[in-house]
Design a protein around this ligand. Structure first.
Ligand SMILES: *Cc1c(COP(=O)(O)O)cnc(C)c1O
Length: 424
């Protein structure tokens, strides 16, 4: 049992045995499989057990694991360079590809989604010369102090830090609002509108489970930001290149001032980015007063993986997202059929190839309060049994299942057959 051995040893050297908390399978009665290899839609653990992968490295593996073209371009790049900390043509290739295909003027690459959102907020504050930021309950934007606020609906300075080690001072400029609540956000702007630097939102939330926003809600955010001179930031770290090539902006037809990207943009290597109009982006150092830097930013190998991934998606754009939608819809419908047959009350939220099944008697899940009311015990049982049977799903209710371009009807068939065997 190499899995057990390696994980138990890891517990000695890394807190919880992991480098990011969700990987520890807290709440499940099984240890996380220690993964060794991935190919296409499959991953393999240290004991050689094979799983259909519905985590996809939490989003980036949209082409499936070890795509040949991505691997080839990364290998070629490695022969010339691992790092320079200097301008490279690869940066330009990825920057121009992204800017031209998603319709933004300029981009800055960083090393993670967290860095992208915290830098975007700094840019918005610098640009507007204001301090307040609005974030929504249940939206996750990385682990920057100012975003780690759990409660305090709509009330300034009364938020409670969502983590130990976050001083009240760090969150006193963060206003928390309810997702999809138009009246709530209007009231916040009526009270604080002239001091709000930016509204930060996942246009399709993926970090309370999948919870799409309502179009009128996003349109209202757009309207309020424009009227009050605040910056609208769409955090598309998860949804960018995932729900559509241009992300949720494409689906809703609502524009943001700054978009943050991550996950898929690095093809699985550490990468994040923020992008927007020239007039805003030119406030960044070295040409503007807003400081932001990174020794590793724009690393050539990372740029190569990102470029090869995005180029491949872009070149097959229509058929690519059609296929993801088809597989996603099949998973949704098959899931619903089995759960109905078993008499298990549930809500399935899906945006293309990302999906969450909430076990609940509520008829919809539209915000964090709804999501929190779901039966976590049933979800944990679902995750545990599915993983044991070789379907590698998220160990947490508040994450999505991701489908790659490599997933097939047979994979989905296995998924629902296995689900049918569970005794809830
Ligand atoms: C994953 C995620 C982040 C954080 O990105 P990291 O690379 O983990 O720092 C931020 N925002 C959203 C919407 C995410 O899904």
């Amino acid at each position: 049992m190499r899995n057990e051995m390696i994980f138990n040893e890891s517990l000695k050297y890394m807190p919880g045995g992991v480098n990011s908390p969700v990987r520890a399978f807290k709440g499940l009665n099984i240890n996380p499989p220690v993964l060794k290899k991935g190919k296409g839609q499959f991953v393999y653990d240290e004991d050689g057990k094979k799983y259909v992968d519905y985590v996809g490295a939490w989003g980036p593996m949209i082409l499936g694991h070890c795509d040949e073209e991505v691997l080839e371009f990364v290998k070629q790049t490695l022969e010339n360079s691992i790092a320079f900390g200097a301008p490279t043509e690869l940066e330009l290739k990825l920057a121009s590809l992204v800017c031209e295909t998603i319709g933004v003027d300029m981009i800055r690459f960083v090393n993670s989604g967290t860095e992208a959102t915290m830098s975007a907020v700094r840019l918005a504050r610098g640009y507007t010369n204001r301090s307040l930021i609005v974030k929504f309950m249940g939206c996750y934007h990385g682990h920057y102090d100012g975003f780690l606020v759990s409660a305090g609906s709509g009330v300034l300075t009364q938020g409670i830090p969502g983590s130990s080690g976050v001083p009240l001072d760090s969150i006193k400029n963060t206003i928390i609002a309810e997702y999809n609540d138009i009246e709530g956000i209007k009231k916040i702007f009526e009270s604080y509108g002239d001091d709000i630097a930016c509204v930060l939102v996942e246009p399709i939330a993926g970090n309370m489970g999948v919870v799409p926003s309502k179009r009128e809600f996003l349109m209202e955010l757009r309207r309020l930001c424009t009227n009050y001179g605040a910056i609208l930031i769409f955090d598309e770290v998860m949804t960018g290149f995932r729900v559509a090539y241009k992300g949720a902006r494409e689906i809703y037809g609502v524009e943001a001032d700054i978009v943050t990207l991550g996950k898929i943009i690095g093809g699985g290597l550490p990468c994040g980015a923020y992008a927007g109009r020239r007039e805003i982006m030119e406030n960044l150092s070295p040409i503007g007063p807003v400081y932001q830097a990174g020794t590793m930013s724009g690393n050539p190998v990372v740029m190569a993986a990102g470029y090869a991934t995005l180029k491949k998606i872009y070149d097959s754009k229509k058929s690519f997202y059609d296929r993801l939608e088809k597989t996603g819809l099949l998973l949704e419908e098959s899931l619903r059929k089995v759960l109905n047959k078993k008499g298990l009350p549930h809500v399935i939220n899906r945006a293309g190839s990302m999906l969450t099944v909430f076990f609940t008697t509520q008829d919809r899940v539209e915000n964090y309060s709804h999501a929190k009311k779901c039966n976590i015990n049933i979800y944990n049982k679902f995750a545990e049994e599915m993983i044991k049977m070789g379907n590698y799903v998220s160990p947490s209710q508040f994450e999505a299942l991701f489908i790659s371009i490599k997933h097939t009807e047979e994979d989905i068939e296995k998924f629902v057959e296995d689900l049918d065997k569970i005794n809830f």
